[in-house]
Design a binder for this molecule. Sequence first.
Ligand code: NDP
Ligand code: F7E
Length: 311
Amino acid sequence: MAPLSEKRILLTGGGGMVGQNLLQAAKNLRVDHPTSSQLDLTNTGDVQSYLQDTKPDLVIHAAGKVGGIQANMADPVGFLDKNLAIGRNLIMGAYEARVPEFLNLASTCIYPRNAQNPLREEMVLTGELEPTNEGYAIAKIAALRLCEYIRRQRSDLQYKTLIPCNLYGPHDNFHPEKSHLLPAIIRKVHDAKLSGEGEVEIWGDGTARREFMYAGDLAKVILEAADRIETVPDLMNTGLGHDHSINDYYQAVADVLEWDGTFTHDLSKPVGMKQKLCSTERADAWGWRASTSLTDGIAKTYAFFLENHVS
Ligand SMILES: NC(=O)C1=CN([C@@H]2O[C@H](COP(=O)(O)OP(=O)(O)OC[C@H]3O[C@@H](n4cnc5c(N)ncnc54)[C@H](OP(=O)(O)O)[C@@H]3O)[C@@H](O)[C@H]2O)C=CC1
Ligand SMILES: C[C@H]1O[C@H](OP(=O)(O)OP(=O)(O)OC[C@H]2O[C@@H](n3cnc4c(=O)[nH]c(N)nc43)[C@H](O)[C@@H]2O)[C@@H](O)[C@@H](O)C1=O
């Protein structure tokens, strides 16, 4: 098998948070990363033609309609329809073009809402999904099953799925309403610090728990998985193996940004899963562990925010 440095790689979602962190880590690799205006992945014919014409050795699929709890709740039609179309077009297009290797990204929202934590890969499709992100989760489950079926039906094709926990990092979306938790906290605490505001509002009572991993760590595991894809299980969680409460995350950001105000809670806001901590058993056995501490990750993300979002 050719080394990763000799492979022609197609990266989807190269302009997004995961894609940008991956490109940063993959500087010496041969990576094509068309933007959505160059290649709209919801267009079946365009995706088929692109893959037939370019015939990459490996696809890393990091594109999708992505957003925090409120964005998902506001547009389940879009989250299901767009992600289903993108996943189907790209995976089937790669399959038909005989692309030998495919690394798909799911998300821990695919796990049943009442499953016991830590969430193990074999729990997929064993129970009801979390309603706040059901549309997105259904699209992600369809894509990962398609990869599994292809791998089983054609043993010469390596189509594998990594399941990242919640992510944050440089190139994140810091929109106050639509973003995920970590970038939302950075934006809120930064704004409070700048305006001299003494209070920041937390959605919910802050006792729900989340596992947030630095996107630079995901970039590293994606490249390791791409390098030895035949050793990667069909489904593999990529997380930290520990989580924190929402209140803890607010305090951690306040500490890094050196803001000493207080927090209030808005109980009318959506909370979603009480906990979604993934098992690291398969990743441990495979030989990978994330290395960035929460404090370092927040500091790096805030540095990016300051460089890019503040005039
Ligand atoms: N962020 C997180 O917390 C988590 C993310 N993931 C998964 O990681 C992957 C990447 O997420 P993330 O980087 O955060 O998302 P971003 O929103 O930062 O980036 C999404 C990317 O997808 C591209 N894209 C969207 N629609 C299309 C389209 N129709 N055609 C081509 N490209 C398109 C966007 O391109 P453009 O901007 O040009 O439209 C963008 O580059 C997704 O699969 C997501 O589900 C998994 C777990 C957690
Ligand atoms: C990755 C994953 O991300 C999404 O799921 P989520 O984990 O629920 O998303 P989140 O990051 O937006 O929220 C995490 C928690 O944090 C609380 N919370 C407090 N204060 C704010 C706040 O200000 N903003 C946000 N967004 N959340 C807040 C919020 O109430 C919730 O309890 C999926 O839809 C789907 O996209 C998916 O797969």
